[in-house]
Write a protein that binds this ligand. Structure first.
Ligand SMILES: Cc1ncc(C[n+]2csc(CCOP(=O)(O)OP(=O)(O)O)c2C)c(N)n1
Ligand SMILES: [Mg+2]
Length: 326
């Protein structure tokens, strides 16, 4: 895709989002090691172009579901770093009053129908939102983000079948980072390209470079347009790589299971660096502007951490509030 055609503001907002996701997760990882963050933390460092490119093609009224590795999707759909950080700290100022945490964060106002600790659990939920959108006739699309591992779950195949049959306005976005926990995709998945699975469900299957934010944006825009024309779902496989472990702190119990040169090669294709270079090449973005964005993002993340650290924990008597529908 021609970067210049998108316009400077749009390009810079995507750059800012990728840097925000990177700084948010690097900071979160460091705070986890300091013992400040409860529970498990799964970061998506190296995968930032996928949530950024997809969500740049969505509107406020569109929906998404995400996974245990969902901070990037939340931020890219409009999540505020300070409300997210507070949630991850278990504080009552967070998105779910501190009761959701990293893997169960939700914001209905933003169209975020939930992160999900159950692999593949969010996929049928997004299909439900897409079906509701057809009943309401409100032109909204739903996106299910999931991993390569989740594409082997029944929830993926059952949802893809109904979505293809009913022509739902659904985007199935498989963020293929090469591993499910500690198992390489090649040892768990019968097909080399997950996108080919679309053929079985009467929808297009698109492979995209998941480290190229503009390529992700372009593929998503085409899938959104198709969905809005009533032509049904699209499976997008964004090939990327996770730089860090499956879960922060895993080195203590699992050790290294990936070849060092594989990880290093992936780091040479940093989506933020690649996009920065592409923008500089257009000639209307200066390095100083990119530096300014990085420093503004750093300030925002620092403020988010302070907000989280100084916010109160929920009271014990609130433990059962908001858990059951009226
Ligand atoms: C139904 C279910 N099975 C197994 C697990 C354990 N588990 C958590 S994450 C994960 C790997 C998921 O891999 P993938 O879908 O590729 O996502 P990634 O972690 O790479 O982002 C597994 C097996 C789980 N949480 N839920
Ligand atoms: Mg994976």
């Amino acid at each position: 895709m021609d970067a210049a055609a998108l316009g400077k503001e749009h390009l810079l907002s995507m750059y800012r989002m990728m840097v925000t996701i990177r700084r948010f997760e690097e900071t979160l990882r460091d705070l986890f090691f300091q013992g400040q963050v409860p529970g498990f933390v799964h970061v998506s460092i190296g995968e930032e172009a996928v949530p950024t490119g997809v969500c740049a093609a969505l509107t406020d009224k569109d929906y998404l579901t995400t996974t245990h590795r969902g901070h990037g999707h939340m931020l890219a759909k409009g999540g505020k770093p300070k409300l997210m950080m507070a949630e991850l700290f278990g504080k009552r100022t967070g998105y779910c009053k501190g009761k959701g945490g990293s893997m169960h964060i939700v914001s209905y106002d933003l169209g975020i129908l939930g992160a999900n600790g159950i692999v593949g659990g969010g996929i049928p939920i997004a299909a439900g939102a897409a079906l509701a959108s057809t009943f309401r006739g409100n032109d909204a699309v739903a996106v299910a983000f999931f991993g390569d591992g989740a594409s082997n779950e029944g929830t993926f195949h059952e949802t893809a079948n109904l979505a293809g049959l009913w022509k739902l306005p659904l985007l199935l976005v498989c963020q293929n980072n090469g591993y499910a926990e500690f198992t390489p995709t090649s040892e768990s998945t019968a097909v080399r390209d997950i996108a080919v699975r679309a053929q079985g469900y009467d929808m297009p299957g698109v492979i995209v470079d998941g480290n190229d934010v503009l390529a992700v944006y372009e593929a998503t825009s085409a899938a959104v347009a198709r969905a809005k024309r009533g032509e049904g779902p699209t499976l997008i496989e964004a090939k990327t790589y996770r730089w860090e472990g499956h879960v922060v702190g895993e080195q203590a119990f699992i050790g290294e299971y990936r070849p060092t040169d594989e990880v290093e090669a992936a780091k040479q294709r940093c989506p933020i660096v690649l996009f920065g270079k592409k923008m500089l090449a257009t000639g209307f973005v200066e390095q100083a502007e990119l530096d300014r964005i990085a420093s503004e993002v750093q300030q925002e993340i620092t403020a988010a951490v302070e907000f989280a650290q100084t916010s109160p924990l929920p009271e014990a008597q609130e433990a059962l509030d908001d858990l059951f529908a009226e």
